[in-house]
Design a protein around this ligand. Structure first.
Ligand SMILES: NC(=O)c1ccc[n+]([C@@H]2O[C@H](COP(=O)([O-])OP(=O)(O)OC[C@H]3O[C@@H](n4cnc5c(N)ncnc54)[C@H](OP(=O)(O)O)[C@@H]3O)[C@@H](O)[C@H]2O)c1
Length: 276
């Protein structure tokens, strides 16, 4: 396996380009899934309070027995924890549940613009970064206006914006907005929940390279230059998804993949998602 490249973050840290997410993995299975991922070579683990498996994430880290400094662990502040006190309590709770003493990255999970507290929430993340509770801070599901508001009001820009990107939801304008602001894009649901596979734009590359559809799609993400956190509870999928650094899509194949972009979301529209 080739080493996973790292992407620089604007605060001086860096992040593995490819990681793995743990949404929808039951807490009691998460320890084994995370330990297996780390043993195979994953270093970036994408968690969140709302996934209900932060205890399992911490258990997996301990089971793998790897030095904490080699890992890059993300969690996210949930919608009901917005505001200064809520965000501080949420990060303390996540650290406690995982049994860790710092995070690599804390994200605001959704902007919840109607609630209107994402600026205070961002201020709390800035404080917690200064206190060493997290190395880096960022956001998820923010559009360009939300990014500009937090940057204008605090002078601190997020290092990363985790947004939905997969072949059917290219999210190109927002990826460009991130990059214009030196914010790394990270793709959630990068495989379209494993349902984006049956298109000639994908299967033609599979035939040429001998790679699987998931590998072709993940390689497409890597060539677009952003980070991605596919979920794989299945050990075979974990192995397969790491094996994407020994081939490349041609320029024509990248262009063909772009024609699958129908602006079709798997998840909710961040402008309207306020669920607690
Ligand atoms: N910030 C946000 O709002 C947000 C929203 C959604 C997701 N996320 C993050 O993004 C991560 C990934 O998104 P996701 O979990 O929605 O979906 P995804 O990664 O696009 O797809 C996961 C599905 O693909 C399957 N899969 C994985 N590797 C495969 C392979 N090589 N061949 C065939 N199938 C494969 C998985 O099966 P198995 O599990 O059986 O291996 C699972 O059913 C989440 O876990 C979470 O960390 C963040």
């Amino acid at each position: 396996m080739t080493a996973i490249p790292r992407l620089p973050l604007s605060d001086g840290h860096s992040i593995p380009q490819l990681g793995t997410g743990i949404w929808q993995i039951p807490n009691e299975k998460t320890g084994a899934v995370v330990a297996s991922a780390i043993e195979k070579g994953y270093r970036l683990l994408d968690g969140a309070f709302i996934y209900g498996n932060e205890a399992g994430l911490g258990e997996g880290v301990r089971l793998a027995g790897i030095d904490r400094s080699e890992l890059f662990i993300t969690t996210k502040v949930w919608n009901s924890d917005h505001g200064r006190n809520g965000a501080r309590a949420a990060v303390a709770r996540s650290l406690d549940t995982m049994g860790l003493d710092y995070l690599d990255l804390v994200l605001i999970h959704w902007p919840c613009p109607k609630k209107g507290h994402y600026i205070e929430t961002w201020q709390a993340l800035i404080e917690m970064q200064k206190e060493g509770l997290t190395r880096s801070i960022g956001v998820s599901n923010f559009n360009a206006d939300h990014l500009d508001r937090i940057i204008d009001e605090t002078g601190v820009k997020p290092v990363l914006n985790q947004i939905e990107v997969n072949p059917k939801m290219g999210n190109g304008a927002l990826r460009a907005a991130n990059s214009d602001r030196e914010i790394v894009t990270q793709a959630w649901t990068p495989l379209g929940e494993g349902k984006n596979f049956d298109f000639p734009q994908v299967t033609d590359v599979c035939k040429r390279t001998g790679k699987s559809p998931a590998q072709v799609i993940l390689r497409w993400h890597m060539q677009l230059g952003h980070s991605a956190v596919p979920r794989a509870a299945n050990s075979r999928h974990q192995t397969e998804n790491l094996d994407i650094f020994d081939f490349a899509l041609t320029e024509n194949e990248m262009t063909a993949m772009g024609t699958l972009d129908w602006n079709a979301r798997c998840g909710p529209d961040p402008l309207f998602f306020e669920w607690d």
